[in-house]
Design a protein around this ligand. Sequence first.
Ligand code: NAP
Ligand code: G3P
Length: 487
Amino acid sequence: MFERLCKNNNYGNLVNGDWVFSEKNIDIFSPTDGKLLGKIQSMTKKEIDNVLNLAKYAQKIWAEIPLNERANILHKTAILIEDNIDVLSNILQNEIAKNKSSAESEVKRTAEFIKFTADAGKHLEGETIDADNFPGFNKNKISFVSRVPIGTVLAISPFNYPINLSASKIAPALVGGNSVVLKPPTQGAISALHLVELFEKAGLPKGVLNTVTGKSSEIGDYLVTHKHINLINFTGSTNVGNHIAIIAGMVPMIMELGGKDAAIVLNDADLDSTSKEIVSGAYSYSGQRCTAIKRVIVLNKVADELSEKIKQRVENLTVGTPQEDAIITPLINNSAADYVQELIDDAIEKGAKLLVGNKRFDNLFYPTLFDNVTENMRLAWEEPFGPVLPIIRVNTIDDAIRIANKSQYGLQSSVFTKNIDDAFYIANKLEVGTVQINNKTERGPDHFPFLGVKSSGMGTQGIRYSIEAMTRPKSIIVNYSPLTSLK
Ligand code: NAP
Ligand code: G3P
């Protein structure tokens, strides 16, 4: 297994069924110990043109293959992933410093996602619509509406789930009859390319799934504005998403972007379980999750007790390597850690109370907790993508809602309370894609709708939603004459 994609530690791109190597390479180093993990290809624009031409051609053939056969290939891929959990999990640990248990869970979840997608795809059904419902029309017209592929999908995934967030674009696109060009994150490409080899091994026809690697500063804009791309499915930062949305023009897009998810804690919340959910939600994978809890907004009456409970849990978080299965592992690179430091320094300078942390060795950032964060601090609004959590104290529920909604982001929020009326009052007012009542913010289960509003994205994902978003209705209208014998 995996003998085709790699030659002498050099990872190729899958192009029309072959693993191809470019003239220039990019070195990929481990965020944990700086060791060289391998090289990926730095593709040229000419090579990208070739990939997109081939993907366009292959899509037409793929769309003709019966849906149940397309679904079978996905099921085979899922089995291959399950057979390779250890290999894939080790690569994730090395390449993106994700701890062992989270890496394993990313891989297992990916296999489950693909199986569920294959089955959901088989339930893709059309409808017929009569014409006489609309004034001025009668029964001699009927629309046969089916769902058809969109064409070639450009899938762009981020570093923090290079396997899962690649598969969650590839599988729904494929079952819907599209071809896919995957642009994986540069740091995370080795993991994603292994996944792609498993799709290939499962029997995908050539050209249906292809990969493009290279520096986004060199090829990113070229790729997203390419005339052969029919849909862009992007997960990543709001800055990059916004840039793509501006330059790509009239092409459908699904975007899952940044977040600043709030955990709103009311006076009657169970503070033990709330603090547990908050710490797990905020610090797992060192806070490098779009759905991480990135601020706590708590009512004054219980703020002292809650912050003490959170503090105790944060002090007990393990810090170390992915292989040790530490909760806090090195951040993806030094500049990510520099950014976290900037937000911390700003909060300290403006008078926030440091409860734990603010300790760092290069890109290994210790879990950091602040109380008394106020609206004039960057930490109240910006997404650190690191292990630092601000606690913001408020006097009223409406103030909590106001601060939650003042964010540019709108991915998810949590509300912790025993009072279902209060929970719904708040949930109805929050400007986010999803509200979790008495749970941390998180994406799964993966068949639930997952979406961000405002600067957190556009379009909806989640298995059935993703398949629908990557197919379109096609209406064929039959116009028929009344029986001549009746005339
Ligand atoms: P990123 O820097 O925006 O990169 C995401 C992907 O976009 C990478 O593959 C990157 O390639 C590529 N890219 C960058 N510039 C591009 C361009 N001009 N054209 C085409 N592609 C381009 O994000 P990240 O650092 O990997 O991930 C962290 C961010 O993603 C956070 O903000 C997080 O909240 C967000 N995120 C959101 C969700 C969600 O579902 N809402 C999920 C996960 C992550 P290179 O690696 O080569 O630069
Ligand atoms: O940041 C990636 C996003 O998709 C979150 O997934 O499962 O960590 O909530 P999850």
